[in-house]
Each structure stands twice: as structure tokens, then as C-alpha cells.
Design a protein around this ligand. Structure first.
Ligand code: ACO
Length: 324
């Protein structure tokens, strides 16, 4: 049966490192609080890199490292909640930067918050399985720093900027099971408001600032459910057990969520690949950045099976079980 295989990964992060101590000079926080509550030690924050720049650099890194000709890409999906423009899409701008303007390429953005890369991989996988695409580039890219209220210590310490890219192509082995889900959250426990209605015909509207807001405790509860639910679903769909899985690459949101899942599901914590201490939570970019680092570390061998699992605003969640 035709499936799709991940044949490349790449990442890009801004040059500027912002430590917990740097943040303690901006808001009332401390390295000890941030490290003990989240596992984060530092994050990268853009000084001038845009979401498109980071998406391009991550894609180029994947192409260069795995010797892939960009001209062979016929589908580009960018997952982002912090695009440079509402229009054109980041994917269209990326297409231009990659020199693919005169090619037959489908390019579009998706918003599934921190589950964006998992959603993007699933969509690309379906296009490949139906023969509508041969090689797909899926990128999660964020400059979340532009969405943060830098006076709100409960959110500004958690997030960072970056991009992670993967390339998929048709193969007889690769993705074994995929699962995505969503629930419309009426309470907006995790949100970034966009533009207020402002035409001459609009009812009077309160203009809300476009900053991220988060109910941390509710999101923690949701994440604990969502990661387990997604892992259970892909294992069930594939007929495999946790013993068959070499690594889990989770959305890098909080080390305490990983520890909790590890405990509740009796999965050794070493099975989770975690790099949150270096980058913070980079939303749709985090799984791609982590996967790229894991592949670079030489710990994944042909035949190894991994679970990529994400959760985020929406609320959305999902997982991909893939053989390398
Ligand atoms: N530094 C110091 N103190 C702080 C900070 C900070 N940066 N932020 C909050 N506090 C204070 C609070 O004001 C509160 O003080 P109070 O007791 O005087 O009122 C105290 O610390 C405890 O606050 P809590 O919110 O209860 O802290 P908690 O232990 O729950 O940790 C956290 C907060 C880290 C946000 C946690 O709830 C969490 O990790 N939630 C999940 C968040 C997450 O993963 N979000 C992203 C997922 S989805 C996505 O990626 C988009």
C-alpha cells in the first residue's frame, strides 16, 4: 500500500538567545520559577527574522542536508499562528523564496495552533496517498514573540520563535497511522485575537489588543488528556504497542506535561525526545525542530518507529506514527 515517508527534516531559529535571567529583568519572574514550572532555560527571539525567513531557512536546511532538489516539491503547507501577512500566505511567499514560481505547486497555510505540523503532515500524507502530490514540504514556522504581551509573566516566559520543516514522499513504508481531532473551545482558553470589526456598518466593538492569552491550568489539563488520547489512537490504529516505539516527539510545551504523561501511561521518560530547555514553546515549529535534532543525533535507524504528537489552541490535537 502506498504511504508517505519523511525523507528530510530541517530547522531554523533566530540568532538572539533570551535567557530566563534576561526575562527576570523585564517581568517579576526568576530562572528558578521558569525552570521548575516548565523546564525552559532559554528561547530564541526574533530581532529581524520573519516567519517567512525562518520557514525558508528551515526548508533550505532540510534540502541541503538531505540533498533534495527544491524543484521536485509540488505541495507546500505552512502551519503558523504568527504569519507575516493575512494574505498572501506564508506558503506562497516560501514558494517564491524557494524559486518555485514557475512550477506547478499547490501552496497554502493552515492554522491548527501547536498541532499545526501534525495536521500538515496528515494533509500532505493524504495528498500523496491519492496521487495528488509527489513530494510535499510541510513547515511549522512561528514568530510568536510578536503575539506576546511582554508585561504578562504568565505567558511571555513560555514561548519562543523558530521553524521546523519536513519533506514527505510516496513510499511503501513510512506513515503507519495518523489521528487528528479538535474541539471548539467556547472559553478561548488559548487565544490570539485578530482584527476587530471596524467598518462603518459594524456594531460598536471593543478593540482587543492582539496578544496571546492563556488559561494555563485548563491547558495543562487538556494537554494531559490530549497527548494520551492521540497516542492511544495511533497505537490502536496501527496494531502496535508502546514497546514497538523507539521515540515519542511531543509538542514541546512544558516538561511537566511530558513527566505527567510518562507517569500516567507508564512510558519511560527517556522515550520522549525533549529539547524545550533550549527553545521554549515554539508552537507549530516545535515538533519539527525536535525531530530534526533527534535525526541529527544518529539515534534513529531504518525501521525505527516514532510517534509525533501535538496539542494546542482550538483546541486541537493529533499524532502521526511513522517508520523511518
Ligand atoms: N514567574 C513567577 N511567578 C509566576 C509566573 C512567572 N513567570 N507566572 C505565574 N506566576 C505566579 C502566578 O501569578 C501565581 O501566583 P499567586 O499564587 O500569587 O497567584 C503562581 O505563580 C502560580 O501560578 P499558576 O498559574 O498556578 O502556576 P502553575 O504551576 O500552574 O504554572 C504554567 C503555570 C506553567 C503556565 C502551567 O499552568 C502550565 O504549564 N500550563 C500549560 C501551559 C501550556 O503548556 N501552554 C501551551 C500549550 S498549547 C500551546 O503550545 C499553544
Amino acid at each position: 500500500m502506498i504511504t508517505s515517508k519523511i525523507i528530510a527534516a530541517g530547522k531554523a531559529v533566530p540568532a538572539k538567545i533570551v535567557t530566563n535571567d534576561d526575562l527576570s529583568r523585564l517581568v517579576d519572574t526568576s530562572d528558578e520559577w521558569i525552570k521548575s514550572r516548565t523546564g525552559i532555560e532559554e528561547r530564541r527571539i526574533s530581532q529581524n527574522e520573519t516567519t517567512t525567513d525562518l520557514a525558508y531557512e528551515a526548508s533550505k536546511a532540510a534540502f541541503d542536508k538531505y540533498k533534495i532538489d527544491p524543484a521536485t516539491i509540488d505541495l507546500i503547507i505552512v502551519a503558523t499562528i504568527s504569519p507575516d501577512n493575512f494574505m498572501p500566505s506564508t506558503a506562497s511567499l516560501l514558494q517564491e523564496r524557494l524559486g518555485l514560481n514557475n512550477r506547478h505547486v499547490m501552496a497554502f497555510d493552515i492554522n491548527a495552533a501547536c498541532t499545526g505540523l501534525v495536521y500538515g503532515i496528515q494533509i500532505a500524507h493524504k495528498f500523496i496517498q491519492t496521487g495528488s502530490a509527489k513530494r510535499a514540504l510541510v513547515v511549522g514556522s512561528e514568530t510568536l514573540s510578536r503575539t506576546l504581551n511582554w508585561e504578562d509573566r504568565s505567558t511571555c516566559v513560555i514561548f519562543g520563535d523558530g521553524a521546523g520543516a519536513v519533506v514527505l514522499e510516496a513510499s511503501d513504508r513510512g506513515i503507519i497511522a495518523d489521528y487528528t481531532n479538535s474541539l471548539g473551545d467556547p472559553d478561548l482558553n488559548l487565544a490570539i485575537p485578530a482584527l476587530p470589526l471596524k467598518s462603518p456598518f459594524a456594531d460598536e466593538m471593543t478593540c482587543s489588543p492582539s496578544c496571546m492569552t492563556m488559561n494555563g491550568a485548563e491547558i495543562f489539563k487538556f494537554a494531559s488528556f490530549a497527548v494520551k488520547d492521540a497516542i492511544v489512537h495511533v497505537l490502536e490504529k496501527s496494531g502496535l504497542t508502546m514497546d514497538d516505539i523507539k521515540f515519542i516527539v511531543p509538542h514541546q510545551a512544558n516538561m511537566r506535561i511530558v513527566s505527567k504523561i510518562s507517569k500516567v501511561m507508564h512510558i519511560p521518560v527517556e522515550k520522549f525526545y525533549v529539547n524545550i530547555k533550549n527553545y521554549g514553546n515554539t508552537s507549530s515549529a516545535s515538533i519539527g525542530i525536535a525531530l530534526d535534532e533527534l535525526l541529527d543525533s544518529g539515534q534513529v535507524h531504518p525501521g525505527d518507529k516514532l510517534i509525533l504528537v501535538g496539542f494546542g489552541g482550538g483546541l486541537t490535537w493529533g499524532a502521526i506514527l511513522v517508520e523511518f
